[in-house]
Write a protein that binds this ligand. Sequence first.
Ligand SMILES: [Fe+2]
Ligand SMILES: [Fe+2]
Length: 262
Amino acid sequence: MVVTHPGRMITNLETGTRIDEVAAGIYRICTPLDVIPGGFTFNSYLIADDEPLLFHTGYRKLFPITLEAIGKVVPVSKLRWIGGSHFEGDEYGALNDILAAAPEATPFGSEIGVLTSLNDFAARPARGFGDGEEFSIGSRRMSWLYTPHVPHGWDCGILFDLSTRTLLCGDLFTQPGANMPPVTESEVLTASEGMRGMMDYYAHATSTSAVLERLASLQPSMLACQHGSAYRGDSALLIRELATTIESGNTELSERTRVVTA
Ligand SMILES: [Fe+2]
Ligand SMILES: [Fe+2]
């Protein structure tokens, strides 16, 4: 398969959509949108391999823009896997449009996601991956991790590229802002906690710490966030700091609740 390596480029001057290779063969397609004050970015990740994989389709309304960007790396018709973390517009909105342009592609998500939404929404039958299930896309293996309610949605799961140890972590570490570098080596927890303070996008699940500890134990080399920069550095440390921050917030909350209800 012919793959061009664009390195980094703006693919649409009007929207400011850009594409950057953030790890070997992993391309971040980023479109900023004015949805909150200060702006916000929406990322899809395209993994170029024998069976090219797209993680997050982007909004349906952005389909032509996303399509244009994908085509800079691989012919869209060659896509074989199209998936997302959980069923929302920015994760799956353009799924059917992209499936129409990629006749050999299989939509995928968690087993619960397929049961509750994907097999109803998708134009073709979807593949539901079980927790820990691995699959090959050519030269690399991907592992699906079921992360119910972390950060939200009981269908939530994320994808781990075992060859580059990149964790395609969806909405974890969501950072606000429009002009972020594609990759940062500065911690992204402060920014994502700022976002969580503004909009509490985490489900209040009892299993959050255990799920995060499991992700940390993978020792990812990169957190490929859906909103904001991808983080390269000690991801395990950052994930554990996130768990501690959430836990201490939950303790405060339950203490306040105890006082109110006493
Ligand atoms: Fe989400
Ligand atoms: Fe999202």
